[in-house]
Design a protein around this ligand. Structure first.
Ligand code: FES
Ligand code: MG
Length: 581
């Protein structure tokens, strides 16, 4: 019996084959300089790399891959690096979120089609992390993630500035006349001064921590700065561990359990993490058939205070978070609220991983008795007549005085319409105005962009008003802030009540009661709905769509289902019985 038959590995179906097919599978691989010994039945470890110079946050991942390879060789495996689609937040139009599911599909199909026994997933920028986890979960071969790590703290004129958050703040300061365009140019180079992803607790850092909290990334891995030598040591250890995962046949389906998702949801709350985590976790849960509802997020986080004092809600950045002890400290601090028995990619339980975590800076990571913010300050889930299937708001990023608010709507059908008038001194707004922007959901935009934190009207900014209630079916950048109700479902483009709001309608927001209501009587709303139906698709947009956008808009589910495609829930598994020749 050959070594392959003894191990029963997936890769054996290619590399142990006799005759013509075996020749094809092995011969071409040898053009890379491999000797015959690499086909001796050792675990074949793919390194899925979302490296791209168009995704600056992931541009260093080829170096990370080299460290992973060292580890794979060291543990007796065969590392094979391959590129996957990359999604860069800062450049891609109309929004990376349009392509998250496409990237997940690419990861899934690449893993399935190739002779891989296990995979190391290299991600960084916001969508690359959930996309890779979703794809790998659907194939369910042993997998672990190494995120690329955050940039060093931004430093501008003697103070720390955070990715994204500084952009919003400094550009508002310029609009208010406090900074010049030249000042802003200087800040560009000061904010992004090393390789790595955003170093605020935006979506990238949140998702890196969530990958760790789920048990899919080695403990302590999320926070190490991209340029810190210890990230490369971690990558090497992850390469070694990937070989062990194959030996132990430890697959994502054993890691991504209901308990793991509950841990991740609480981690997000304790970090004051991104609202986008809600969408990504719902989508990932759908891939592994773990029942997860929007309402679970509120219920599970009711007792979780915000422990990390991190931008955009707080003061510190990821470099500080790493030096303070990182995510293991947060998880240990959560104590009983964490399911300690959940298994991680180390083969050990999360409880064992975090047992010795020590905090080195209590200003950055608080305690349960002295948290940064009390329970309920994270992401709240709202329901009501304006959002029958839910909406979210990041409480820690909102103005306390607006959390209970009644005001008249000022409605815009397109974000562009709003942006065109936002600096107009005659815009009919006062501090109580509720700004409503629609047609910015998954199907409507399409792609569910991060435009929900629309800018505050200039006339209000100049009068010293820094926040107003904003409501949309869009998302918001994880680095954004403001009293922004997001992810309204169903979205306006599929006929949600958001489509029926008119300027002057009264809207009532009550975050403590978890409500968002449109105060218009039902008869009037029914008449408006009838009018809308009669108008139909007057722009004829549907008929003009092609390619991915067409597939996406025909199959995307609403925010409360994670905006995955309806035919991508569940898994395809790792078996592909038919040959290529
Ligand atoms: Fe890539 Fe923020 S833009 S992580
Ligand atoms: Mg972002």
């Amino acid at each position: 019996m050959s070594n392959h038959e003894a191990t029963g590995r997936r890769s054996a179906a290619w590399f142990a084959a006799e005759g013509r097919n075996g020749f094809i599978h092995r011969s071409w691989m040898r053009n890379q300089g491999f000797g015959p010994e690499v086909f001796d039945g050792r675990p074949v470890i793919g390194i899925g790399n979302s490296w791209s110079e168009l995704t600056p946050c992931n541009a260093h991942l080829r170096d990370v891959a080299e460290a992973v390879k060292r580890g794979v060789w060291e543990a007796g495996g065969l590392p094979l690096e391959f590129p996957v689609m990359s999604l860069g937040e800062t450049l891609m139009r109309p929004t990376t979120m349009l392509f998250r599911n496409l990237m997940a599909m690419e990861v899934e199909e690449t893993l399935r089609a190739n002779p891989l026994d296990g995979v190391v997933l290299l991600s960084g920028c916001d969508k690359t992390t959930p996309a890779m986890l979703m794809g790998a979960a659907s194939v369910d071969i042993p997998a672990l993630m190494v995120t690329g790590g955050p940039m060093l703290n931004g430093k501008f004129r003697g103070r720390d500035i955070g990715s994204g958050t500084a952009v919003w703040k400094l550009s508002e300061e310029m609009r208010a006349g406090k900074l010049t365009a030249a000042d802003l140019r200087e800040a560009e180079g000061c904010m992004s001064r090393s390789r790595g992803h955003c170093m605020t607790m935006g979506t990238a850092s949140t998702m890196a921590c969530i990958a760790e909290g789920l048990g899919m990334q080695m403990s302590g891995g999320a926070a190490i700065p991209a340029v810190d030598a210890r990230r490369y040591a971690l990558a090497q250890a992850s390469g070694r561990q990937a070989v062990q995962l194959v030996e132990q046949d430890l697959r994502p389906s054993r890691v991504l359990t209901r308990e793991a998702f509950e841990n991740a949801i609480r981690v997000n709350a304790a970090l004051g993490g991104s609202t986008n985590a809600v969408v990504h976790l719902l989508a990932l849960a759908g891939r592994v058939d773990v029942p997860l509802q929007l309402a679970d997020f509120d219920r599970l986080t009711a007792e979780v205070p915000v422990l990390a004092d991190m931008m955009p809600s707080g003061r510190f950045l990821m470099e500080d978070f790493y030096y303070a002890g990182g995510l293991p400290v947060v998880m240990r601090e959560l104590g009983e609220l964490i399911h300690g028995e959940a298994i991680t990619v180390t083969g050990r339980s999360i409880g064992a991983e975090i047992a010795d975590a020590e905090c080195y800076n209590r200003e950055v990571i608080g305690t349960m008795s002295e948290p940064f913010m009390p329970p309920g300050a994270g992401t709240a889930v709202l329901h009501g007549t304006l959002c029958p299937d839910g909406a979210v708001i990041k409480v820690s990023a909102a103005d306390e005085n607006l959390l209970r608010h009644r005001g008249k709507a000022l409605v815009f059908d397109r974000i562009e319409d709003y942006n065109a008038v936002v600096d107009d001194p005659g815009l009919p707004v006062d501090p109580s105005t509720v700004i409503v922007v629609r047609n910015a959901g998954p199907k409507g935009y399409p792609g569910f962009p991060e435009v929900g934190n629309v800018p505050v009207p200039k006339s209000l900014l100049e009068a010293g008003v820094e926040d107003v209630v904003r409501i949309s079916d869009a998302r918001m950048s994880g680095t954004g802030y403001g009293t922004c109700v997001l992810h309204v479902a169903p979205e306006s483009a599929v006929g949600g009540p958001l489509a029926l709001v008119r300027t002057g309608d009264v809207i009532e927001l009550d975050v403590p009661a978890r409500r968002l209501d449109l105060c218009v009587d039902e008869g009037e709303l029914a008449a408006r709905a009838e009018e809308l139906r009669a108008a139909g698709d007057s722009a004829g947009t549907e008929g003009r769509r092609r390619g991915w956008e067409k597939l996406y808009t025909e199959h995307v589910m609403q925010a409360d289902r994670g905006a995955d495609l309806d035919f991508l829930t569940g898994g395809s598994g790792d078996q592909v019985p038919r040959h290529s020749h």
